[in-house]
Ligand binder design. Structure first.
Ligand SMILES: NC(=O)C1=CN([C@@H]2O[C@H](COP(=O)(O)OP(=O)(O)OC[C@H]3O[C@@H](n4cnc5c(N)ncnc54)[C@H](O)[C@@H]3O)[C@@H](O)[C@H]2O)C=CC1
Ligand SMILES: O=C(O)[C@@H]1CCC=N1
Length: 273
């Protein structure tokens, strides 16, 4: 029997996961998205034909795997209401995708016996190119770990971590990472427009270069990234000049500082939410 999956919160990340699951062959009738925003419910129904509701407890009652996909600051109130409804949660597997909410915190809200796997996906899940980190405390069974892994592998690749704090490292290296690449691409698009291209042309130039580069990386697992870069960089040529400017102006340090800031914020959120 395929697992019935409830999404508590049907926003950006839930939509990416739902879209990815359906593209991978999941049956829309096995998925229920719960969201108080009726417009969001309509979008999900229209786009994916999944079941929608505004009642979290109804979605949970009819599902085996519960994906907690609300904003971190809402997690406490949402989980408390789930616990207060008094439904039997003992046979359910909870999969949290929230940044900055610890398993300890979730258990304190949902109940100490509740099985919880903490994960950190990213939005390319929508196109089957997700990267998800997973952490399971010792009381989660092998079978439940396998269910969580199966869910996330349907939308991309997975990486288990042994220590919960490593989820904050996954956030820095993968969960938040699409935004870094989008920022870089945005900056390149802007400059391409300055150089005289139309916005469409500029986007296409940047988009195809990014896509081609990522595919080259994936197609050459034995070549390190520095070698791929060197292959573009003719001695005394144009790329060398651009790379010189990036290096001299501290791109590596900026990247390291930005990733460290994401880790720190993840830890800080764990003390707030
Ligand atoms: N957006 C991203 O790239 C990623 C997000 N996450 C995590 O996913 C979670 C959701 O983030 P987004 O999808 O970006 O946020 P979002 O704001 O797009 O989605 C949250 C949804 O929850 C709904 N909601 C509000 N109150 C609710 C309630 N009481 N019950 C059920 N649903 C309720 C909102 O209407 C909204 O549609 C966050 O905890 C975030 O840390 C994790 C990895 C990546
Ligand atoms: O920005 C955030 O907090 C979430 C977690 C990773 C991506 N979005």
């Amino acid at each position: 029997m395929t697992a019935r999956i409830a999404f508590i919160g049907g926003g950006n990340m839930a939509s990416s996961l739902i879209g990815g699951l359906l593209a991978n062959g999941a049956n829309p009738s096995s998925i229920t998205a719960s969201d108080p925003n009726t417009e969001q419910q309509q979008n999900l129904k229209q786009q994916f034909s999944v079941n929608v509701t505004g009642d979290n407890n109804q979605a949970i009652a009819q599902s085996d795997v519960i994906v907690l996909a609300v904003k971190p600051q809402l997690m406490a109130v949402v989980c408390q209401a789930i616990a207060d409804a008094g439904n039997d949660l003992s046979s359910k597997l909870f999969v949290s995708i929230a940044a900055g909410v610890s398993v300890k915190r979730l258990k304190s809200l949902l109940g100490e016996q509740v099985a919880i796997v903490r994960t950190m996906p990213n939005t390319p899940a929508l196109v089957g190119r997700g990267m998800t980190g997973l952490y399971a405390p010792a009381d989660v069974s092998q079978e439940q770990n396998a269910s969580a892994e199966q869910l996330m592998q349907a939308v991309g690749e997975t990486c288990w971590v042994e220590n919960e704090d490593d989820i904050n490292h996954i956030i820095a290296a993968a969960g938040s990472a699409p935004a870094y690449f989008f920022l870089f691409m945005e900056a390149m698009q802007q400059q391409a427009e300055q150089l005289g291209f139309s916005p469409e042309q500029a986007r296409s130039l940047v988009q195809q270069s990014a896509l081609g580069s990522a595919e080259l990386v994936a197609a050459n697992p034995d070549l390190d990234l520095a070698t791929l870069r060197a292959n573009v960089t003719s001695k005394g040529g144009t790329t060398a000049e651009a790379i010189r400017v990036f290096e001299e102006q501290g791109l590596r340090k900026v990247v390291a500082n930005a990733m460290d800031a994401a880790v720190e914020r993840g830890r800080e959120m764990e003390s707030l939410f």
